[in-house]
Design a protein around this ligand. Structure first.
Ligand code: SF4
Length: 505
């Protein structure tokens, strides 16, 4: 199982200054005992002096679940030097890590979870059932196999989790997939549910509204959300999805810039991804300056979850990224153009004193910050939590801009709510905070209809869970007259609601 929990600087873009724990999953998952057995195979091999007969590691050569005799397995590492420098032992917390552990992709995630979890993990909200530590870890590993997104989390976000009860932690629910939670996908969902690729005149540039386009310069993020709308492209390949990767590239970027400059009606660009935190400072600067220089572009937004998952970077004076961002905001203001940072908080637990200090710095530097939350079952789908999130953001000078109905994406049916939930939340929260701090509660219509206020449906049949919308402002592909449908999760249709004690999905 290629999994790692390796504190390292990012590698894909030559290392933005996020010392991110990188929990990267790829192809292999098996039971924990088998996983340990495979690591043991590797241990034995490395411990022997015959490095040319090293049996397979737990890398990409075979699924751990397919335990085979060592002689049958294609080795990934064919030779190791006799005098190996165990350089990682210089890192104090890895002083006791052997070569065999260090070379195993499985080691880091397993070790991390093993270290932070209690012996017994509460399974349901009634606390009538528990999972052992190893059962929970196995649940995670099997979830990774079924998920569409790799696992990557920052030290900040790992430290905001209640590891005594991880199954019910709102941050775990967003970033660590548990197989036991997953339920079948809705039959109407598709991988690229918003039809972004179909609406892209240039690879990585989605043009759906007359005056606005979405530029995707990268497909890497500091953390990967299990419910990512863009799971067709973002992150590493997984067992279930071969990604339409959008790596930063001169030719692709130039084609996107040329398209943006050639469309006089385009005034507003969202730079997303992936995540702008994973752009090098000079790349961020270049994108901003190119947009500022285009006479047709009046506004641009940089989308990054970084403020929610690694806010310390905003306070790091040695980091060029934040300087580049602040410098761009100044240049944009001088040019009479509006620049904003759009970030992505989903739960009040993501806000800490570090967030407060970062929000204050951005406020002092004149950087407008807006937030786009996703409504997620068991995370923020109750009035108390959503209201606390909105107020917490407002208190930190982060404008609560949108709350999205969770998109119909693969493997996260357990995180979706019925449309009724978002309608109820808006009805209950509106009026409890100043109107300019009240987010719009929206549905991004499956099929590329764009964002519509959730309450603006043409019809909503609560028994079947089907809501219908029109989207007169979107353009192209006969969209203006189209009727778009959103489907509530099947398991929460009225007939299935029994009100019993459940795990929360
Ligand atoms: S930060 Fe955004 S783009 Fe990245 S994984 Fe999360 S939802 Fe997807």
């Amino acid at each position: 199982m290629p999994l790692s929990v390796i504190p390292r600087r990012g590698t894909l873009l030559h290392g933005p200054r996020i010392a991110a724990f990188k929990l990267v999953s790829a192809r292999l998952v098996g039971s924990v005992p088998r996983l340990q057995a495979r690591v043991a195979d590797l241990n034995n091999a490395i411990d022997s002096n015959n490095t040319n007969s090293i049996p397979p590691s737990t890398f990409n050569s075979m699924p751990i679940r397919e335990a085979r005799p060592p002689t049958m397995v294609r080795p990934v590492v064919t030779a190791l030097p006799q005098n190996r420098d165990e350089f990682w032992r210089k890192v104090p917390v890895w002083r006791d890590v052997s070569a065999r552990e260090f070379l195993s992709h499985a080691w880091s995630l397993y070790k991390f979870l093993h270290a932070v979890l209690p012996d017994e993990v509460p399974y349901d909200k009634c606390s009538s059932r528990t999972q052992t530590r190893d059962e929970f870890i196995q649940d995670v590993f099997e979830g990774i196999t079924a998920a569409t997104m790799s696992v990557r989390m920052t030290p900040y976000i790992l430290s905001r989790i209640n590891w005594r009860d991880p199954r019910h932690d709102p941050i775990v629910r967003q970033f660590l997939p548990l197989k036991s939670r997953m339920i079948p996908d809705h039959p109407e969902l598709t991988l690229d549910s918003l039809h972004e690729e179909a609406d892209s005149p240039v690879k990585g540039l989605v043009h759906r509204y007359p005056d606005k386009a979405l530029f995707l310069p990268t497909s890497v993020c500091p953390t990967y959300c299990t419910f990512c709308t863009r799971s067709y492209a973002v992150g590493a390949d997984t067992e279930t999805v071969h990604k339409a990767s959008l790596k930063p590239g001169r030719r692709r970027w130039e084609e996107a810039f040329a398209y943006m400059a050639s469309q006089p009606q385009l005034q507003d660009i969202v730079v997303s991804g992936g995540d702008a935190y994973y752009l090098q400072p000079n790349q961020l600067q270049e994108i901003g300056e190119r947009l500022i220089a285009m006479p047709n572009i009046q506004r641009f937004r940089l989308a990054s979850k970084g403020l929610a998952v690694a806010p310390g970077r905003v306070l790091d004076d040695a980091d060029g990224w934040i300087d580049a961002l602040i410098g761009l905001a100044r240049k944009a203001r001088r040019a009479g153009k509006a620049m904003a940072w759009h970030t992505h908080f989903n739960h009040p637990n993501e806000i800490s004193w570090v967030t407060e200090a970062a929000g204050q710095r951005l406020f002092e530097e004149g950087v407008m910050v807006r937030n786009q939350s996703v409504l997620l079952r068991g995370v923020n789908d109750d009035v108390e939590t959503m209201a606390a999130l909105i107020r917490g953001l407002a208190d930190n000078k982060i404008f609560p801009y949108y709350v999205y109905q969770c998109d119909m994406v693969k493997s996260v049916e357990h995180l979706r709510t019925p449309l009724q939930t978002i309608l109820d939340l808006e009805a209950r929260i509106r009026g409890s905070i100043a109107g300019f701090m009240m987010p719009s509660f929206v549905v991004d219509l499956p099929g590329g209809g764009g964002k519509r206020l959730a309450c603006s449906f043409e019809s909503y049949d609560r028994a079947t869970g089907v809501s219908q919308y029109t989207a007169p402002a979107v353009t192209g592909r006969d969209k203006e007259n189209k009727v778009y449908k959103y489907y509530d999760p099947v398991d929460l249709l009225p007939k299935d609601t029994d009100g019993g004690c459940v795990d929360g999905g």
